[in-house]
Design a protein around this ligand. Structure first.
Ligand code: PMP
Length: 427
């Protein structure tokens, strides 16, 4: 079947104007092979998930063995070894304050779980709190709760009447050679403090170190430490959405480790299964867990999904963790490579500004006549041009970013930068 005859309604796509989807027949490391024989380099790890590249043999092997053993089981009354092991191993890599692991199956659900957990934590203690604080430009998923917490993404406008109210403060986004960063951070911290003085919040949600879909906006570790101080001072739960930043993306295994901070609740997905199957976890501190632990059934956390803790996904998750433990240099070294090639090929380019790098992620703004933002049309133009040249990049409006699988070689990474330069020279 030709993709234009396809009955499939694609995500984030205006079906009337979009060209037919490209059919992928095979993946191999950073490469995607298309039906027509073309090879395309996946420079954004297929929505930031395939951290080890496509069709990794060790992940395939883990999947095969687990599929022969146990493919799926209801997780309310049963457990299984891959989930038990994965939960324990994750905890060994995370701050000691996190002690409990709640499974679900995608990034949005891990955030919904965090939201409900934080809300019920206060309720169970007889001190109901309904307000949450979030950051402008935040993105936490596309379900109604997760959208509400993000709240400020341009493309959610039609759903606003369905979303609950949140208080939003600016995100102290910074970039190379930003001389104003401390001022910006202080202003944001003052705003947060005045919110916390005014209202009794249940929790503060943040994508630590880098906001993804909101435009690859980076903040400093110092800011997270000050935020943590305020959360402690006012007794508010600090909730990290590490759905995107987890598993090496920021150059350390987790953004909380890189920033030396410890949230009360932490959401993980995307790279958790090695990026090959849907899986998510929401980790909580013992204090939170204890508030649900009761003889009173109504105090339990009554939430779950059919595929909660799927054994296949947990098995690949274990193998993925082993790969990350064995080859940490793969995600640690990418930052210096990004910097080197940015300096050599793009730093002085007249179309490029606000360069920033955080571990394996590099981003920049492309200047155009149009307003900056998600609806700037340069993004789709650039995506088409890169694709013609064999590179899959998917700019967020005029924000161009790279988030490659960790197996990308130096030469391959340099070829992406050379291509970006070539394309920018023509616009
Ligand atoms: N949180 C963050 C920070 C994300 O980047 C995303 C996905 N881009 C989500 C949550 C939602 O994850 P999912 O698409 O798996 O629902």
């Amino acid at each position: 079947m030709n993709s234009s005859d396809s009955p499939i309604w694609r995500p984030f796509t205006q079906m009337k104007t979009t060209p037919p989807a490209l059919k992928v027949v095979r993946g191999d490391g950073i490469w995607l092979e298309l039906e027509d024989g073309r090879r395309v380099m996946d420079c954004i790890s297929s929505w930031w998930v395939t951290i080890h590249g496509h069709a990794h043999p060790a992940l395939a092997e883990a999947l095969y063995h687990q599929a022969k053993q146990l493919e799926q089981v209801i997780f309310a009354d049963f457990t299984h070894e891959p989930a038990e092991q994965l939960a324990r191993r994750l905890l060994t890599h995370l701050p000691n304050s996190l002690t409990r692991v709640f499974f679900s199956d995608n990034g949005s659900t891990s955030v919904e779980v965090a939201l409900k957990m934080a809300y019920q934590y206060w309720l169970n203690q007889g001190e109901p709190r309904t307000r949450f604080l979030g950051f402008e430009g935040g993105y936490h998923g596309d379900t109604i709760g997760a959208m509400s917490i993000g709240g400020s993404c341009d493309w959610w406008q039609p759903f606003r009447p369905l979303m609950f109210e949140m208080d939003m403060v600016p995100f102290p986004a910074t970039f190379d050679e930003d001389s104003e960063v401390e001022n910006t951070e202080n202003q944001v911290l003052e705003k947060i403090e005045s919110c916390l003085k005014r209202d009794r919040y249940a929790g503060i949600f943040i994508e630590p170190l880098i906001q993804g879909a909101g435009g690859m906006r980076i903040c400093r570790s110092q800011f997270l430490r000050s935020l943590q101080d305020l959360a402690h001072q006012f007794g508010v739960l600090l909730i990290y959405d590490e759905v995107m930043t987890g598993f090496g993306r920021t150059g350390e295994l987790f953004a909380c480790l890189k920033s030396n901070t410890a949230p009360d609740i932490l959401c993980l997905s995307k790279g958790l299964s090695g990026g090959c199957l849907p899986l998510a976890v929401t980790l909580a501190s013992e204090k939170i867990y204890r508030s649900f632990y009761s003889d009173d059934a109504s105090k339990a956390f009554l939430h779950g999904h059919s595929f909660t803790g799927n054994p296949l996904a947990c098995a690949t998750g274990l193998t993925s963790l082993t790969l990350l433990e064995q080859f940490p240099q793969r995600f640690r070294q990418l930052e210096s490579r990004h910097r080197q090639y940015l300096n050599e090929h793009l730093k002085e380019h007249p179309r490029v500004e606000k360069i920033r790098v955080c571990g394996t992620i590099a981003a920049m703004e492309i200047t155009t006549q149009e307003q900056s933002g998600y609806f700037n049309t340069i993004g789709s133009h650039l995506r088409d041009r890169f694709l013609e040249l064999g590179f899959f990049l998917r700019p967020l409006g005029n924000t161009l970013y790279l988030m490659p699988p960790y197996c990308i070689t130096d030469d391959e990474l340099e070829s992406v930068y050379q291509t970006i330069r070539k394309v920018l020279d023509t616009i």
